[in-house]
Design a protein around this ligand. Sequence first.
Ligand code: BDP
Length: 469
Amino acid sequence: AALAVALFTIATPVPARVAATATITVDTAHPAGRLAADAVGLSFEIRELGIGNLDPAKGNMTQLLRTLGASNLRIGGNTLDRDTLWVPAGQPPPDPKPDWVQDIVTPNDLKRLRGLLDATGWKAEVGLNVGRWDPALATDQARAMDRILGNRLVAVECGNEPDQWEGKALRPAGYAYPQYHADWAACAHAVGHHRIAGPDTAGTSSAWASSLAADERERMSMLTVHQYASGPDLTIDRMLSAGQITSQLNAVAGNLAAATANGLPMRVDEANSAYSGGVDGVSNRYASALWVIDYGLSMAQAGLAGVNIHGGLGVCNDPIWNGKFQRYTPICAPNKAYELAQQYRVMPIYYGIWMARQLGPGRFLPITIDTDQNLSAYAVKGDDGCTRIALVHKDGTAPVGVTLTVGGRDRSASVLAMTGTALDQEAAAVQGATVDAAGRLHPVPSAAQVKGGKLTLSVDAASAVVVTL
Ligand code: BDP
């Protein structure tokens, strides 16, 4: 008998690893905070205007913006205060130019931007150079922006990252909020209306933002700060770790509370994975597409009006200007000839932005998640009456079996899945479809069935899914 037991024990197969599961319940009866149509937008350096980019008459930028769907385009960045000179209509550029000037922006550049906005339905938030302050030029630019951009201008931004001007030698030592507030007030006077966003601080939790919200809520339309997930030490593991989004939410919480208390919407109007141009092998890889879905949807669910994912339009993976990389850019050119033709391709993060955008507009629905997997979920009651659920599965090794409890009658649902070959590779697709040379993306959804109020589906390793009911 002893032998038989031993043999039996040896012969018993090692039990298969219990398959990963997640059980998610959607409370369809209690719609909560808003997911705006423009909750995930883009941000570009103002340099792009100065060098003739964002041209609806060239290349595929118009279609790339249409493919994402109308949203908020913020134009500013370091190049705003550091290098960009406004030259009014009919005036020649100064000769010689001040030595800091790298780019010149004129009314014709704004007309070209207006054409792009009209062709795509997007709206813009555009910066005035306050770092190198010239009240006459700022007043002229503000008038030109009103006249040319009209109701496509969401807000004017008064300078970029003023909390770093002292370090960048744009202001003397000791430059603090009171001095900045005086500069801001001069800019607001030049703008002459109250569609002003600010302070566009680099420090996400900077007290400058809450102070400005309290002091200037009457003259402002939006509170804005910048946020990068990390500095140049970012890894894929950390970007996709369970605590990453929580720490990003915590970092904006104080300013969000100040915005809300002062009746202002708030955007993180410049955001991406890692500052200093991103991290090669992280910011420009498929993992960033999963991160951005979580980031955009979490921020909106926490009460932000939206985020703008930053980038620049040079050759992919090459320095874009002055030796500076933009590894995190959603859109870039395959080579120099394509760059000149404004014929771009997309990076993985573009697919993540596209996925996040499929969920809205609508109102977030409360959900409960029961899983030990690195999986997050969001549900939205769409303005069109459909319920949509996004699942972001950040584990790169195994699929997860998801049971969604959604209630209601038996019906069919449509499913869009974003996949890549691996977290650290560049390939990304939705339902196997990729953005074509014209800038179009036409994934064909697959079907799933709700039976007895439940829908089950297998979510691939390192993938994201949007289910529409
Ligand atoms: C931000 C700037 C932006 C830069 C970015 C970066 O506004 O222009 O490209 O940092 O460091 O602070 O990547």
